[in-house]
Design a protein around this ligand. Sequence first.
Ligand code: UT7
Length: 324
Amino acid sequence: MYMTRSVIRSVGSYLPQRVMTNAELAEMVDTSDDWIVERTGIRQRHIAAEGELTSHLAIKAAEAALSRSGIAAADIDLVIVATSTPDQTFPATAATVQGELGILQGAAFDVQAVCSGFVYALTTADNFVRAGSARNVLVIGAETFSRILDWTDRGTCVLFGDGAGAVVVTAANDDDDPGKGILATRLRSDGRYRDKLYVDGGPSSTQTVGHLRMEGREVFKHAVTNISDVMGETLEEAGVEPDKIDLFVPHQANKRILDGTARRFGLTTEKVVITVGHHGNTSAASIPLALDVAREDGRLQPDKLVLMEAMGGGFTWGAVLARW
Ligand code: UT7
């Protein structure tokens, strides 16, 4: 029986080389840099090259996280990929990642919770570790949303980008790293809202991949309330006051949403990791990408108390609190 705590050992990420600016989008649809920046905070996004698949981004992010973890790929016993843009309907992108990394043990599966995917996958990993079912878990958020956008719909095509981020989660006991690890998690969904943000295709319905459709204003209306609810519940479960949070790493959908949420919890600007300006909304990849930015700029340090949250299609939403 393995011990009961999950510690996040390392983080890594990968962004495709090509950057698409707002100015380029303004040549494709009736929009402007001013509108996109004012309404969303987005200035640019990365777009996967032709032939560059979600699994390719995921593997690069995983390799970066593994190289900093002190854990060999061969010792990973669970691979979870959060994605809504898998390489194929099946097998799971996680199986491709497992195979390409030469992992010969354990299990691999995808988690589908759209923009909440990373929070769902991290919570799943935590539960596997605490149950004693896995010891070294690779949790990846990877997306190529550019492939499911309707590039004629200005209401959605300006918002999303491609990328991947990964963390290595390991089992720890109280003698190792006391106080560190995942302290509390909270997942929610409400399927009554599934038509507010969806893809209008799929294997069973249309036999096509389909395009992303969103009632942006409706999603926006629920976002701050839903996110604040799970943040509050997560903090309460851990017995932590909001002012003890060192780093807030929200899903990066819209700067107005994350500013509004941060304000509600009295989180000052220097505690909030904001990447939406450079990455756009990368769905399940946005939190691990933001974690890696905070690692690079020195904000993500050992012992920091980190709160992550997300909301996405379904609706799904959730939060994870961890001591780094
Ligand atoms: O990550 C998953 C969760 N997703 C989200 O959290 C997204 C939540 N929603 C949002 O971030 C915002 O609702 C949007 C950024 C999508 C839209 O911002 P908004 O302030 O809610 O704008 P709106 O949809 O109410 O549209 C306002 C106006 C409309 O024109 P009219 O009807 O007032 O004449 C739109 O047609 O802005 C127009 N508009 C645009 N104008 C220029 C919509 N998209 C664009 C655009 N460029 N790209």
